[in-house]
Design a protein around this ligand. Structure first.
Ligand SMILES: [Zn+2]
Length: 144
């Protein structure tokens, strides 16, 4: 079995995302294997998750910025029970401080097997799902 097949089997099916004016550009970026983050047209603040109003200046218009997929572990939790749909337990959900200054949540591949340290380097990887969708996970960039 190839590495890609193993990864699909490990992750399993996930519910399809729903269309949303604020999230659509983010998920379109993910489908294209890029990280596009909402950027305020007035003050330039990056914010994630996307919202209808800028948290810094209350402006209502945004553009998207192509961002780095590298960050550092800010916090995490290990899910033991109940299992989340499409995941095997235990699995780690990580919150990363990304290089461009916003925070992003994603599962950390094999996180329960790693020695996790706040500040350790992480990268985002795009993952092919069985239904043809693309999702994303963190992987550790720490030297073993
Ligand atoms: Zn703003």
């Amino acid at each position: 079995m190839s590495e890609a097949s193993n990864r699909k089997a490990e992750i399993g099916p996930l519910p399809a995302t729903r269309s949303n004016r604020d999230f659509d550009p983010f998920y379109e970026g993910i489908r294209n294997r890029e990280l596009h983050i909402q950027k305020c047209k007035k003050c330039g603040a990056l914010q994630h998750p996307p919202t209808p109003m800028c948290a810094e200046c209350n402006h209502l218009e945004f553009t998207q910025q192509l961002c780095s997929t590298r960050g550092k572990l800010y916090s995490y939790t290990t899910i033991h029970n109940p299992p989340l749909f499409g995941f095997q337990t235990p699995h780690v959900v990580a919150l990363a401080e990304m290089e461009d200054g916003f925070r992003l949540v994603a599962a950390l591949v094999d996180g329960h097997k790693l020695t996790l340290e706040i500040g350790m380097p992480l990268s985002l990887r795009f993952v092919d799902m069985e239904d043809g969708a693309v999702s994303y996970r963190f992987v550790s960039d720490a030297k073993a």
